[in-house]
Design a protein around this ligand. Structure first.
Ligand code: CA
Ligand code: CA
Length: 352
């Protein structure tokens, strides 16, 4: 039975009333429960209420966590409501094989949930040790032939065709522009989705005539939230073919190498939004957006860290639970936080 898998991390929460931490529960809501599902470096958080706890469905669920018993709670990303009595969310950047105290506190002005907390503890999974593969196929982006050895790597297709159970494909360094791996993308399709959050992604079209980020149709979702992403295209930085779906985009860098274009927005009299101000005026999105070259260290070589001179360093929005451990004066846009190289000071050496 699959659900047995989670039995160790499912714990019914203890209720904490305002100002009465760790006290006995004395009032409604008495049925709020907290479920925690640890993976290796993240943890799923689910809170279920009873029907009468929040009939107006206006409560907001804040999230806090800490390594069990250690220090103050840090703020997590708030849970999303996915139903009348159900909230879900995640903790990120956790340590594997570690126990965490998790607390969900409701804000519910005028309601019985206001200030109520539920708390529990959950554990992330321990890192697995992979057995040594019985056979390794080395591939590289310039590989050829069928030896698939370290000295003479083959192409990715060859490696994938040959690999079997208990064996491994080892990718040599480089950027693979081959379309042989079909990834299952779940954010667009025919079924309705809850809220979707896209934070700190780096999207670089790399090849000619490609968009940085595409919102496809069909598909429906509660809301699509984008913050602190880099969408670099060679066609449009952003293409929205599904403009009737709720969208909340801000603090992203939108850039394209295609002259005179920036975004494509279906349904507008003029679907070409050629500048950031035009996009902002027409869509109301990206009011703190940026339109400038990302300044990757070495995109052609696969290094998508930002160079120290990139204008995207330190300009991101602080999102608790997502990027609170930023470096410098603020989070950087994109997937990689700028690592300030150590300052090397060469002093004159004087010998007497
Ligand atoms: Ca309420
Ligand atoms: Ca920074």
């Amino acid at each position: 039975m699959k659900s047995m898998h989670f039995a160790q991390t499912f714990l019914l929460a203890g209720l904490i009333l305002p100002g009465m931490q760790d006290a006995e529960q004395t009032a409604a809501p008495q049925s709020a429960s907290l479920e925690l599902y640890g993976t290796f470096q993240a943890m799923g958080v689910i809170v279920s209420l009873s029907a009468g706890d929040d009939p107006e469905q206006n409560a907001v669920a804040g999230l806090a966590y800490r390594p069990s018993g250690q220090g103050a709670f840090g703020q997590g990303f708030p849970l999303s409501r996915i139903g009348a009595t159900r909230f879900v969310g995640s903790l990120f950047w956790l340590q594997a094989g570690t126990s965490y105290d998790v607390r969900v506190t409701f804000s519910d002005p005028g309601g019985i949930l206001d200030g109520v907390s539920v708390q529990s503890a959950g554990t992330t999974r321990s890192e697995v040790s992979l057995p040594t593969p019985s056979q390794a196929y080395y591939v590289s982006n310039h590989g050829s032939g069928s030896l698939c050895s370290l000295a003479q790597p083959c192409g990715l297709t060859e490696g994938l065709n040959r690999v079997g159970p208990g064996q491994a494909v080892i990718l040599r360094g480089g950027v693979y522009y081959q379309g042989e791996i079909n990834r299952n993308t779940s954010n667009s399709g025919y079924g309705a989705s809850g809220p979707i959050f896209l934070f700190h992604n780096t999207g670089d079209a790399a090849l000619a005539d490609n968009d940085g980020f595409e919102v496809k149709s069909p598909g429906s979702w509660a809301r699509l939230y984008l913050r602190n992403n880099i969408w670099a295209g060679t066609a449009y930085a952003l293409s929205n073919a599904n403009p009737n779906q709720p969208l909340d985009m801000d603090y992203d860098d939108l850039y394209t190498t295609l002259p005179g274009e920036l975004a494509y927005w279906e349904g507008l009299p003029d679907r070409h939004l050629r500048t950031l101000p035009m996009l902002q005026a027409a869509s109301g999105q990206e009011l703190h957006g940026i339109n400038q070259p990302p300044g990757f260290r070495n995109a052609a070589g696969g290094d998508y860290h930002l160079s120290p001179t990139s204008g995207l360093v330190d300009v991101g929005l602080i999102i608790p639970g997502i990027n609170a451990d930023y470096l410098g004066s603020g989070p950087d846009l994109g997937a990689f936080e700028q690592q300030n190289l150590p300052i090397r000071c060469y002093l004159p050496l004087i010998l007497k």
